[in-house]
Design a protein around this ligand. Structure first.
Ligand SMILES: Nc1ncnc2c1ncn2[C@@H]1O[C@H](COP(=O)(O)OP(=O)(O)OP(=O)(O)O)[C@@H](O)[C@H]1O
Ligand SMILES: [Mg+2]
Length: 306
């Protein structure tokens, strides 16, 4: 089933691997297909506005950064108030409940409440407790692995420890949506390198075995085209040592060796990542210092074609 036909996608991976670029491309693809889409970043140094060539995106939803595409960079304080308002509908009631000193102290004191305010808000946009959702698809551009996992664990904890009531009902509803592979998907982003691959395999285990969440796709970002045939790798890598220190070809031989080694690591990463059965999406390395609208457009076409 296509990623873009789901209602809730959670883009996750190691720091700096391209989560925001991937989340933006998926959101752009869905919006261009006519789906009302929200790109919800989690408290990040916001690069999405540069990717899209628009003004910086703050903690309140910015409408129509592209046709059908809204975006927000969530922060807990604003998200908590908005989420409280969405659930309770009435500001007076919100004030009564959330600004009550005891409740406030409870919220501030409960680890995970800040995370839940943001995840809950993103969830609400995909699936309000009543009435039709405002968006067809919500794409969460999550924080790096550890924090993202903590965020996803919160509804499970709420389910276990919260007394029956509003909060628990919302956590139940959220987990039902998140765990339904027809409606939701975790999008794992990685690089074809050693450390990111290790982290991705661990993340995958936590998401599936521990949290029972469906994996919508494995995105391998910054993939290099193979220039060195595996059978020739040893010869390429031995080149510098075959040349004398004064050889004019030494720099070239070293570059060939470096490239071959990188491709070797990439091949090994692909082999190890094969244990993840979700559809794999490869994205090329653009070899440009910063991504902009053109690169995001190219990436989004890859998701449109899936
Ligand atoms: N395929 C690519 N080719 C070239 N550069 C890329 C590619 N993907 C991402 N980048 C660059 O890598 C950097 C990190 O990308 P991005 O911000 O999407 O990562 P991130 O995982 O969201 O990072 P963070 O963990 O800081 O939120 C950016 O400078 C981006 O322009
Ligand atoms: Mg990011």
């Amino acid at each position: 089933m296509s990623l873009l036909d789901r209602r809730f996608l959670f883009v996750v991976g190691k720091g700096g691997v391209g989560k925001s670029a991937v989340a933006t491309s998926i959101a752009v693809a869905a919006a261009s297909r006519g789906k009302r889409t929200l790109l919800a970043m989690v408290e990040c140094k916001e690069r999405v506005s540069e990717f899209l060539g628009v003004a910086p995106i703050g903690p309140h939803v910015v409408r129509n950064v592209r046709p059908n595409l809204d975006a927000v960079n969530m922060v807990p304080e604003v998200a908590l108030e908005e989420y409280g308002m969405m659930i309770l509908k009435v500001r007076a009631l919100y004030k009564l409940i959330f600004e009550n000193r005891l409740v406030r102290a409870f919220l501030d004191g409960v680890p995970g409440m800040a995370s839940w305010s943001m995840l809950g808000k993103a969830f609400f946009h995909a699936s309000p407790p009543s009435g039709p959702p405002e968006y067809d698809l919500v794409v969460v551009d999550a924080q790096a692995t550890g924090h993202a996992l903590e965020m996803l664990r919160v509804p499970v904890v709420i389910q276990k420890v919260a007394p029956p009531g509003l909060l628990r009902r919302e956590a139940d509803r959220a987990l039902e949506l998140f765990r339904d592979p027809r409606q939701s998907g975790m999008v794992l982003v990685t690089l074809p390198e050693d450390m990111p691959t290790n982290e991705t395999l661990e993340l995958h285990a936590a998401l599936t075995a521990e949290l029972s969440l469906p994996i919508g796709a494995l995105v391998v970002n910054r993939v290099l085209p193979e220039l060195v045939h595996p059978h020739e790798a040893d010869r390429f890598e031995a080149l510098p040592s075959l040349l004398g220190a004064d050889s004019p070809a030494l720099d070239l031989a070293r570059a060939a060796r470096t490239r071959s080694l990188r491709e070797r690591v990439q091949r090994e990463s692909f082999e190890r990542l094969a244990s993840i059965t979700a559809p794999r999406v490869d994205i090329r390395d653009f070899i440009s210092p910063e991504l902009g609208p053109r690169e995001i457009e190219e990436m989004s076409r890859i998701f449109l074609a899936r």
